[in-house]
Design a protein around this ligand. Structure first.
Ligand SMILES: Nc1nc2c(ncn2[C@@H]2O[C@H](COP(=O)(O)OP(=O)(O)OP(=O)(O)O)[C@@H](O)[C@H]2O)c(=O)[nH]1
Ligand SMILES: [Zn+2]
Length: 393
């Protein structure tokens, strides 16, 4: 099989590789004021650093052999003398630096070894929140340098101007929080988050909160519907403590991204799972003003029972919605076996004849409310403003 030739680097089979390097000084050529401004605008920081990487072939001035190549993906794994290094996890970003919590619990503020930026295919994703990293403490006991980023899994990313922007890595699952009332229960919203989880290939756990506000029977049918699809469902009440232990069990030793609309009780739930988190909660009536103080960047919070949670507005507000209209059906997992029975390969499962999905719906093999969610999601404005090219087609 012919080997693919990358522009700046070539991958070998676990052996040595020659990479093109840019002159060090070129990475510093950026105006200091720009850097200062960027600290106040994280998104701009990402865009500016990425345009730096697009400086063209003329900037490739040196070549170097790097050993220890990750054979499986895009990431080049630097070979590092691990003596004196600690492994840990990136918990958040502070401007261009990041906070790392070492496995022994110590916290470090880290810079990123220039070589890592040089090796990266896309400099905006050199190091991201959630990454497992190898750090080398330097000078001050809380300062350190990231030497290596371990291979990632469970990446949640969004598309920014046609390029992938990773929001958080190494996510094991998405916790979808809904409330039975106040705000009202919205199965369609759960379905949208499920589509997002399927799109990013992460497991989903559904938490239906505030069960103290309604009688049990109306809830059971919803819990049963999602459980039948294979999604774990946990019913909780922070008011009387029901379900909290079950939820703890689901979160223990996993890295979980939390989603759900404002006011459903995400912060209250996390506080109940781990009181040390001490997250601010707010009356639903105040919720609208709360969003103004949030940051776009993800922040990883350690749980005292082991594991991590990440609560970011980007995940809640569907910034990860990089989905084409024609893909939506495949993210409704119970549709999948029936899609191949559709007469037309591009069947929308709406008006076509001989549609496997509609036949399954008529035979009660697909729930009516899920099919309605599918129709609503296809109808969403989100396809127009997140995906203009696809929205028009
Ligand atoms: N009755 C009842 N109220 C709850 C429960 N869980 C949370 N609440 C209340 O719901 C309100 C919103 O809770 P939060 O935890 O701030 O909700 P959130 O989802 O984190 O909201 P945002 O931070 O705006 O996204 C608070 O007044 C909580 O006290 C519950 O199980 N039962
Ligand atoms: Zn069809």
């Amino acid at each position: 099989m012919a080997k693919k030739k990358g522009k700046g680097k070539r991958k070998g089979k676990g052996g040595k590789v020659r990479v093109d390097l840019r002159r060090n000084k070129q990475t510093r050529a950026r105006d200091q004021n720009v850097t200062h401004e960027m600290l106040n605008d994280e998104v701009a920081a990402e865009d500016a650093s990425s345009s730096e990487r697009l400086s063209g072939k003329g900037s490739l001035t040196r070549r170097r052999t790097v050993v220890g190549i990750d054979d499986t993906g895009d990431q080049l794994l630097r070979s590092v003398d691990s003596e004196g290094c600690l492994s840990g996890r990136v918990t958040s970003f502070v401007g261009l630096n990041c906070n790392v919590r070492a496995d022994d619990g110590r916290e470090f503020e880290c810079t990123i070894r220039g070589m890592l930026r040089t090796l990266a295919r896309d400099s905006r994703n050199v190091v991201v929140t959630g990454d497992r990293v190898l750090i080398r403490p330097e000078g001050d006991e809380h300062q350190s340098v990231i030497e290596r980023v371990e291979p990632r899994h469970g990446v949640l990313s969004r598309n920014s101007q046609g390029r992938e922007h990773i929001i958080v890595s190494n996510i094991d699952q998405l916790l979808i929080v809904a409330s039975v009332a106040d705000p009202e229960f919205k199965p369609n919203l759960i379905d949208r988050y499920l589509v997002m989880a399927e799109r990013h290939d992460v497991k989903a756990v559904i938490c239906i909160n505030k069960i103290d506000l309604v009688d049990d029977t109306s809830l059971q049918q919803w819990a049963a519907l999602y459980a039948r699809l294979g999604y774990p469902v946990v019913l909780t009440s922070i008011a009387d403590g029901r379900g909290v232990d079950v939820l703890k069990h689901h979160l223990a030793n996993r890295q979980t991204a939390v989603s759900g609309q404002s006011g459903v009780g995400k912060s209250s739930i996390l506080n109940a799972v781990d009181q040390d988190l001490n997250l601010q909660t707010m009356d639903v009536s105040d919720a609208t003003s709360k969003g103004q103080h949030t940051t776009r960047r993800a922040r990883l919070l350690p749980l005292n029972g082991g594991g991590w949670v990440v609560d970011t507005p980007g995940i809640r507000q569907f910034e990860l919605w990089d989905i084409g209209l024609e893909e939506v059906d495949g993210y409704f997992i119970e549709f999948r076996p029936f899609i191949s029975y559709c007469r037309f390969a591009d069947c929308s499962h709406i008006h076509e004849s001989d549609c496997g999905v509609k036949n399954a719906l008529n035979a009660n093999l697909i729930a009516q409310c899920r099919y309605e969610s599918y129709l609503r999601i296809r109808d969403e404005d989100i396809f127009v403003w997140k995906n203009p090219a696809r929205g028009q087609s």
